[in-house]
Structures are given as C-alpha cells and as structure tokens.
Design a protein around this ligand. Structure first.
Ligand SMILES: O=C(O)COP(=O)(O)O
Ligand SMILES: [Mg+2]
Length: 237
C-alpha cells in the first residue's frame, strides 16, 4: 500500500462493487421526511383556499424537489392555468413554512447512522446529494446528528440541473476528487438510479423509501437494502 489518504489506497467492495466513495440521498434514504412535507403543504394550502392533502397524496410526489412537489400538489385541485398562476406565491409560502417545520416530523430510518458509520470506518469518502435545497438539507442532517459524516452536502439548488440529471453526481465526484466509476450512489428512487446510470456510478436502492409510488425492484440496481447497515461490505479487495 502506498502512502496517502486511506480511501485512495483501499477500495471497498459494497454489494459486490469496488468503490472508494459513496454519495447518499437524503429524503427516503436517510430520513423519513414525509411528515415534514405533509405538515408544510398543509400550512401552505389554506392560504390559497385549498383543502388539506393526505400523507398518501404527498408520498407519491416526493423526490423531484420542492418545486415539483408544490406544482403537482396545486394540480390536485386546480387546472394547469390556475396552478401556474398561484405557483410563485405558493412556492414562496411553502419555503417559508418548510424552514419552520424542517425536522419536526422527520425520523432517521433504522440502521442509517450505523450504516454510515460502517461505510466511513471502511474508508469510504461520503457525500450527500438531495433535491431539497442545500440549506434545509444541511440543517436537517445537523438536527438528526448525521451532518458530520459528509464531506459535502449538495441540494437541488447547488447546480443548474437536479437528479435525475447526472450533473449533481458528476460535480460532486469532482468536488471530492473521485472517479464516478469508483463512486456508489445510495438512494431510494428511480431518480437516483437514472442519475447514477447517466454519471457512470453503480447504485444501491433502499426498499423503504418513496419512489413516486412505484415498486423499487423494477429499477435495476447492484443491490436493494432494507437497512443501510445490512449492505454487504468487504474490505481490502
Ligand atoms: O424531493 C425532494 O425535495 C428531496 O428528495 P431527495 O432527498 O430524495 O432527493
Ligand atoms: Mg430520495
């Protein structure tokens, strides 16, 4: 082994893939934030004279960023023209309420802290990519005691394009000085898998996340996991 940072010298086999870094999604992978999204939307909607939404209605609209969530929620009761007309005020209201709600109705999924510790102990560099705004993502990770695991946290506003575009993964690999081929994407949705495929990263997917209401096993992945700390991991490959 040559001198230098341990992650440059020792690839780790995770779910059969030799990697030196892992990029981990936030909502639906590390933290169950459905309650935060639900509470925020139900503070926003009455301001526009609209009825409350159910958790089920929110769940299938998570994962493509706040803009998509708000635009699609407005369309439950409004036609496209009305929804487009109120959108600018609605997204402003949503972001204001989200800042207040962030983390209050959210829980870390079982096995996540232990799983991140295991990946870090194996020598992997860790980064977080989410479609939620960076400031909210950092605050949520801090509140849940997970921020310290990550060298970088990039939200949906960090780059001109969001997942499923590969840009956030490619830019994050550059920031942490890793090749995409040596970087594993850990996510919960088809969005994460598409971004990973476009970037040339392998992907593993959580079985407990959101995935827009679709069964996750329909999306090709190196592995599917029920708990992050149960991912197959082998050192010194
Ligand atoms: O849709 C969002 O705001 C966040 O979703 P993600 O953390 O799964 O990317
Ligand atoms: Mg997700």
């Amino acid at each position: 082994m040559t001198a230098g940072a341990p992650w440059l010298d020792a690839p780790v086999r995770v779910a059969g893939v030799a990697v030196r870094a892992a990029i981990v999604d936030l909502d639906g992978t590390m933290v169950d934030t459905l309650g935060d999204f639900h509470a925020t939307l139900n503070r926003m909607l009455p301001e526009f004279g609209l009825p409350a939404v159910s958790r089920e209605q929110v769940e299938v609209r998570i994962g493509k960023g706040s803009e998509y969530l708000v635009a699609q929620t407005l369309r439950i009761h409004l036609d496209d023209a009305r929804a487009d007309a109120v959108y600018p005020q609605a997204i402003e209201s949503y972001q204001r309420h989200y800042a207040d709600v962030n983390g209050n109705h959210a829980n870390v999924f079982p096995g996540v802290a232990e799983g991140l510790q295991r990946l870090a102990d194996a020598g992997l560099a860790l980064a977080c990519i989410t479609n939620k705004p960076t400031a909210y993502a950092r605050e949520l990770l801090r509140l849940k005691g997970l921020l310290g695991f990550f060298r970088v946290v990039n939200g949906g506003d960090a780059f001109p394009r969001k997942k499923p575009d590969p840009m956030p993964l490619l830019e994050t690999c550059r920031q942490i000085d890793m090749q995409p081929a040596h970087t594993l994407m850990v996510g919960d949705s088809q969005n994460d898998a598409l971004a990973a495929r476009g970037a040339g990263c392998a992907v593993v997917l959580a079985t407990y996340g959101y995935n827009h209401g679709e069964p996750i096993r329909a999306t090709p992945a190196a592995a599917y996991f029920d708990r992050l700390d149960q991912l197959e991991l082998e050192r010194d490959v």
